[in-house]
Design a protein around this ligand. Structure first.
Ligand code: PLP
Ligand code: ZN
Length: 487
């Protein structure tokens, strides 16, 4: 829609200008640092950062209804920079000029309602919000769009030089980082560290295809993370892990989109999200809290985090109901089909603890819960969902398995509706489906296929040699197999 056709009062605000004053604030000692430095943890106390806009209070000068209308109308504006996560520019990056924002098609992913049969089977009405339909096929694109837009802005400043962006990954972070870095061209090179043999062939192919330097190291994700942290402490590199608070800013858009989808009415809604490094759930909590604070929503939805029993440090932490007695203990992970969330020592744990407290203070006891599911439950749930028209990955299956547990444990009262995060595209993790169909899971996964969920191709052969006879023979076999009725 042309600018002239928008309501007059909104026109001056549709195309935003940098107006914020953003700084890194240490979660631990509250010290603040300038954005122009490549910082990831507090130089003073090594605490994690939150990105804060000192001018955020100014956004409150406008009522929530103004922001609702602005975001709704802005969707009709044909400006690439504002087509994705930066639709919510004022809440994500109000210091980056529009010319530096990158848009590769991320965000505004479909929210697909479960059909009646699946709803009856699960016992709670729900949607999958499918973040596998992002450009690199996972939600990580939301955060990378923000982090790389920021690097793009930095590199245009005098004397910036060439930037090396580096990350450790369970597969999807590196795919997203490499894609966005490739878009920015030669001034930004990317290197990714992957745990050897612990990412799927598709996830390995993605950064290779984007031209990143791919380094595989022995161990699991937590080992890769230690190496990149060491590198970020000792060398001039841009760290693209979720310690990078820009990524969390971008990932808040998932919460904003859910609010917008429901016309900003989140009464009786629950959001279910798998937890690995705890970046995504932290961003989602933060996003809802900020919308709430600005009066854009008047109810905070319930948040259910889900972990596999094979990588469950966050679940264990919240098992202790007395919050003063809670102690965080990292765990050694076991193999999990929710491989992208197979993390024993989540980097964002301090941020999560803090945000769960804030959220609970606003939304009440029980508004945030963490449940645990088995590998079997994850696989069965994923296949069940996909047999009903979804394209959920194993982590999406984890969300659905978590919803079922939450319902059994009465964490979700009747009358509530859930939005499940399917964090990646089904095809990235297709090997696990194959293992299920072939019954070839190594024993440590503890997955026994249910025959009604297995599926295999059937090979047809023919001894006929003449083309017409071959065709007739194959067609006859198929007609018999499918019990077709002759015309
Ligand atoms: C990264 C990732 C997760 C885990 O998210 P965290 O932010 O690390 O908690 C879950 N699913 C997929 C597909 C991922 O790529
Ligand atoms: Zn500090």
């Amino acid at each position: 829609m042309k600018l002239a056709d928008f309501p007059e009062d909104l026109r001056p605000h549709l195309i935003p200008q940098p107006s914020g004053e953003m700084v890194y604030r240490c979660l631990n000692c509250q010290a603040e640092y300038d954005l122009r430095e490549l910082l990831y943890t507090c130089p003073r106390c090594r605490g994690l950062f939150l990105l804060v806009d000192r001018q955020e209070a100014c956004l409150r000068d406008k009522p929530g209804s103004f922001w609702q209308r602005l975001f709704d109308f802005r969707r009709m504006l044909n400006l690439p920079a504002l087509k994705g996560i930066f639709l919510y520019y004022e809440l994500i990056a109000p210091v980056i000029p529009l010319a530096d924002l990158i848009y590769l098609g991320e965000g505004h992913t479909p929210q697909v309602k479960a059909n009646d049969h699946l709803t009856a089977e699960v016992g709670v009405p729900f949607y999958f919000k499918n973040d596998g339909q992002n450009p690199s096929a996972s939600f990580k694109d939301r955060g990378m769009a923000a982090a790389l837009s920021y690097l793009n802005y930095l590199r245009r400043r005098p004397g910036a030089g060439r930037i090396l962006a580096i990350c450790a990954s369970t597969g999807d972070t590196s795919a997203a980082a490499a894609l966005y870095a490739a878009y920015l061209g030669k001034d930004i090179a990317s290197a990714v560290l992957l745990p050897h043999g612990k990412v799927t062939p598709q996830q390995l192919a993605q950064p290779l295809g984007s031209g990143a330097q791919v380094l595989e190291i022995p161990g699991v994700f937590d080992d890769c993370m230690k190496v990149v942290e060491f590198l970020a402490d000792h060398y001039q590199v841009a760290l693209l892990n979720s310690k990078n608070s820009w990524r969390l800013r971008g990932q808040e858009s998932y919460a904003f989109e859910i609010a917008q989808y429901f016309d900003y009415d989140l009464k009786n809604k629950a959001v279910v999200v798998p937890i690995g490094n705890a970046g995504n759930i932290t961003a989602i909590l933060q996003g809802f809290l900020r919308f709430y604070d600005l009066g854009i929503i008047s109810t905070l939805p319930r948040i259910i985090g889900v972990q596999s029993r094979h990588a469950n440090p966050v679940f264990r932490y919240y098992q202790e109901k007395n919050r003063r007695r809670r102690v965080f203990t990292p765990v050694a992970v076991q193999p999990s089909v929710a491989q992208a969330a197979m993390i024993g020592n989540p980097v964002s744990m301090p941020r999560l603890i803090r945000l769960v407290e804030e959220y609970t203070a606003q939304a009440g006891e029980g508004s945030v819960a963490v449940v645990e599911v088995t590998e079997q439950e994850i696989m069965d749930a994923m296949l069940l969902a996909n047999r009903h028209g979804h394209i959920a990955c194993t982590q999406g299956g984890e969300s659905l398995a978590g919803l079922r547990i939450a319902r059994q444990e009465k964490l979700i009262p009747p009358g509530e509706e859930a939005v499940l995060d399917a964090t990646a595209h089904h095809l990235k993790f297709i090997g696990f489906q194959q293992m299920y169909f072939d019954d070839s899971f190594p024993p440590e996964f503890e997955v026994t296929p249910r025959p009604e969920l297995q599926n295999r191709p059937q090979l047809l052969t023919t001894n006929q040699t003449e083309p017409q006879a071959r065709l007739a023979d194959l067609a006859d076999q198929i007609a018999a197999l499918l019990a077709l009725t002759p015309k």
